[in-house]
Design a protein around this ligand. Structure first.
Ligand code: ADP
Ligand code: MG
Length: 694
């Protein structure tokens, strides 16, 4: 098959719709999407039928409403197309009603108390703006998930709402610049990092199976210090995996483009070409799912956890973000004409203001138990949100703030003030890898996301906070007598008020932590510290104003996030206890037994068994300490479980449980180093990180 036949072959996209839908149905669908109107049942019936015929031709027997509950992953419940007939046979049917609405028994999805207090039912509603597709012989219908009483229970609906909010406000600004733009879309290109290890070693590690990360493990003799993995030659097994993965993603219409080895051994990255935020979100969810599924076909396991291994880099997800008009203009493209530059500087100022005003929300949007191991650990940006603009933009904004001419360009016309932006190519922006939020030529790159995240949450926040800045700007500029001087004054004022958020230095350094504190920036080091900010009055007001979340929805989402943190740490603690009791301590005991038996035998022959005795003693002492720490860990879990207030409970998981886990790990890792290999019951870091050999 040639590429043109492969790409999108499993997607019910424009081409298929034009081929298979009657002209008037296609037109009605398009009009409804453009105007945001509901689709009539008669139209849906025709579409459902066409979808079914297409899917059956491709070998499908089932359909599912595919949705994104607040677990951060996707959910599906499969129904067969079959309908019984009077003569005891079946026909394949799919009605308009089944396309439009589904009613999964939803009581087991997290709702943060919403459904408990109302009604257990949840509905899925067809989202016609995202194409249906085929996965594993099932027609998947992208849907939104809401409760009986209308509260939103998923991650997709608020994303769509935030895109609309930003679009409305951005259009208002563009009108001031004399542009007739009906719609602005936000665009996202998420770079996805992951690890691949051999299935045989994975299956021997309960911690990887239950928690996605290793809870024990002394460092391997070789880690990432030689820097030989990043962009290194890709191993044949991985090459085949990546080719297979690309092919499956292309069939699903996903623009998988770039792939390479990452910093840590066994770590890799995949980046697609960017698309509009909701499409990019669906695509990223499918990408993560495919990464896992296809790894299994190749006898490997794909780890998407943020920190599968201590001591080598963890995995993140870079969220490249911009805004563009329906005419194809990227609003973060600096451009070279004065008017466009003024417009660009205004949008830039809107982002700067948004990031400073809502540092807390951006931090919350990337908070999770897994990501806590990365942020601030010298491999990922710190937990402090700041922005990198690069020398050139920084110079220009500083010049505006100080009422001077930007000196790098002699010919700039300062009278217009904001027109002096030189056209610069993407490559002239310095790369600052340590910044959480960096301008990279014509987009911002939000780098704090963890690899396992749905990109939905961070993009809901980004879109909403920028919509808020734009709204304030529009109100301020509307009615201005001289737009250009009003814009100039606004950019100047904004930059002066928010320049504390801009930091072009090394974000990994300790000096930055001190400096950020001086500047009054937030440093929310862990998830339990960050999450409560989500429901602060200013943030509740923001979400309500833009119609993203109701106060009840904010409350419930806060609860889900904290609850999830507690559950994750709890599972980790229980897994550690289990592994220590059932695998590690018995193994070490067996080895001690061999050592002491050898020592006794040796001594009976008059041989001085000093080494055996010393090792036995060392390991025995470690076992004693481990037993005590195990008790401490169990007690701390017990204590945390007993705390009624969920925020206090999360704090206890962080300050007591995780601390005891760390102590236990240190002891076990020391045992590992001192125990003969054949006695060690689980694959070591060397076995895991270098398990994919050729
Ligand atoms: P790097 O590793 O240098 O950061 P990559 O090329 O791996 O860069 O990834 C850059 C990502 O940014 C790609 O997914 C790309 O499609 C995306 N991107 C480019 N332009 C935009 C834009 N206007 N909006 C959103 N994402 C964009
Ligand atoms: Mg990047």
């Amino acid at each position: 098959m040639v590429m043109s036949e492969i790409f999108g072959s499993l997607v019910f996209n424009e081409t298929v719709m034009q081929e298979r839908l009657p002209k008037y149905t296609y037109k009605e669908l398009k009009t409804c999407i453009a105007n945001g109107d509901p689709i009539s049942l008669s139209c849906a019936t025709v579409i459902a039928n066409a979808m079914k015929d297409w899917a059956i031709e491709k070998g499908c027997t089932h359909y599912t409403h595919w949705f994104q509950p607040m677990t951060g992953i996707t959910a599906e419940k499969h129904d067969a197309f079959i309908q019984p007939t009077a003569d005891g046979k079946v026909i394949m049917e799919f009605s308009g009603k089944e396309l439009i609405k589904g009613e999964p028994d939803a009581s087991s999805f997290p709702s943060g108390g919403i459904r408990a207090t109302f009604e257990a039912r949840g509905y899925t509603a067809w989202d016609p703006t995202s194409y249906a597709f085929i996965k594993d012989g099932t027609l998947c219908i992208p849907t939104a998930f809401v409760s009986y009483t209308g509260e939103v229970l998923d991650k997709k609906t608020p994303l769509l709402k935030s895109m609309e909010a930003l679009s409305n406000k951005a259009c208002k600004i563009l009108k001031l610049f004399g542009k007739n733009v009906d719609k602005v879309t936000t665009t996202v290109g998420p770079e996805q990092e992951y690890f691949l290890i051999d299935k045989s070693v994975y299956e021997k590690r309960k911690d990887l199976i239950f928690t996605g990360r290793t809870l024990f493990g002394a460092p391997a003799p070789k880690g990432q210090e030689l820097e030989d993995h990043y962009f290194g030659t890709i191993k044949q097994r991985v090459v085949k995996y990546m080719a297979d993965l690309d092919m499956e993603l292309w069939k699903l219409g996903i623009l998988a483009k770039t792939k390479h080895n990452e910093v840590a051994p066994s770590q890799h990255e995949l980046a697609p070409i960017f698309s509009q935020s909701n499409v990019a979100t669906d695509a990223n969810q499918l990408t993560m799912e495919m990464m896992k599924k296809i790894a299994s076909r190749h006898n490997m396991v794909c780890l998407l956890h943020e920190k599968p291994f201590d001591g080598v880099n963890g995995s993140g997800k870079h969220n490249n973000w911009s805004m563009s008009t329906d005419k194809g203009e990227n609003l973060l493209e600096p451009g070279d004409t004065p008017e466009d530059n003024a417009q660009f500087l205004l949008f830039l100022a809107a982002v700067i203001k948004a990031v400073d005003d809502y540092q807390d929300l951006l931090r919350v949007s990337v908070a999770s138990a897994g990501n806590d191991h990365r942020l601030g650990a010298n491999e990922a940006p710190p937990a402090i949100v700041s922005m990198f603009l690069g020398e050139e933009l920084d110079g220009i904004l500083t010049a505006i703030a100080e009422d001077r001419t930007y000196s790098k360009r002699a010919r700039c016309d300062y009278e217009i003030g904001v027109s002096c932006l030189p056209k610069f190519k993407k490559d002239t922006t310095d790369r600052n890898r340590t910044s959480p939020f960096a301008f990279t030529g014509n987009k911002f790159e939000f780098r704090m996301l963890g690899s396992a995240f749905s990109i939905s949450g961070p993009n809901i926040i980004l879109n909403t906070i920028v919509a808020e800045s734009l709204d304030q700007f529009a109100n301020e500029l509307e009615g201005a007598e001289d737009l250009m001087s009003a814009v100039k004054a606004l950019v100047k004022k904004t930059f002066i008020a928010h320049k504390r958020i801009i930091f072009n230095g090394n974000g990994y350094s300790d000096e930055w932590v001190k400096e950020a504190k001086k500047r009054g920036l937030l440093n929310l080091a862990s998830t339990p510290e960050a999450i409560p900010y989500f429901k602060s009055p200013k943030n509740v007001a923001l979400f309500e104003k833009h119609g993203i979340f109701s106060p009840l929805e904010v409350e419930s989402r806060t609860e889900i996030l904290i609850e999830n943190y507690c559950k994750v740490v709890n599972i980790e603690a229980l897994t550690m206890i289990d592994m220590a009791n059932k695998e590690i301590l018995p193994a070490v005991t067996t080895y001690i037994n061999e050592l002491t038996a050898t020592a006794i035998n040796a001594k009976s022959l008059g041989i001085n068994a000093t080494a055996q005795t010393a090792t036995a003693k060392l390991l025995s002492d470690l076992c004693d300490k481990a037993m005590k720490t195990l008790k401490k860990l169990k007690d701390s879990v017990h204590k945390a479980e007993g705390i009624g207030n969920i925020e206090d409970q999360a704090m206890s998981y962080r300050n007591d449980v995780l601390v005891a886990m760390d102590e236990l790990r240190k002891l076990a890792d020391e045992m590992e180093v001192n125990t003969a290999e054949k006695y060690w019951p689980i694959p070591t870091y060397g076995d895991l990180l270098f398990s994919v050999k050729e």
